[in-house]
Design a protein around this ligand. Sequence first.
Ligand code: E4P
Length: 232
Amino acid sequence: MRIFLDTGHLDEIEQAVAWGVCDGVTTNPSLHARAVAREGAQGGRALEYRERILRIAELVDGPISAECVSRTEDELVAEATELASWHEQVVVKIPIDAAGLGAIRRVSEQGIAVNTTLIFSLTQALLAARAGAAYVSPFVGRLDDIGHDGVELVEQVVAVLDQYHLPTQVIAASLRGPQHVARCALAGAHIATLPFGVIEQMLKHPLTDKGIEAFLTDWRAAQAQLGAAPVG
Ligand code: E4P
């Protein structure tokens, strides 16, 4: 399973790239707004959306999702074409609805990769895949929020796309913690897009911390007995 960062914060992307766990990035208007607010609060110049996407492209080799905000099919096609012209790594994000579906077909036919966003049902994913979307993004956490099992949707979408040999890839989105990530990996999601904090949580285990502490204590004791300089 590939790992994308779900963020507009450049420092988070830099760190994940340095760790070797950033195969791509997804953004959306809310993540952009959050990054703009943080840049403003830090007293720096906040980046326009195009600048942010281009800066991300300097950091990451893989696909970068940039989201359309237009509401009619023709406007979506024009906006998606514009976003895709920014950089060859750009994948355009289009929400699934009637206007979105028509735009997904037209944009995909132009050879532009589409990430269909705000997927909350198997049938939405199936329609997007049949319309030619390169990716579908089922939103796990937001489904959990209303009492559904979001990971179950990922399992279903992966199974049905596979059953019909549809080439669309599944990006498990709206993931809130390591358990979501583990279950989506077991479900066969092609990609998980993660907030930086979830990657940090995935790294941690109390037994690892305890084990490191015990090894260091024993190492220091051995070095002391040998009369050698303690390390660590
Ligand atoms: C996916 O592409 C979305 O940007 C994201 O995963 C939404 O997550 P949220 O429900 O935490 O906002």
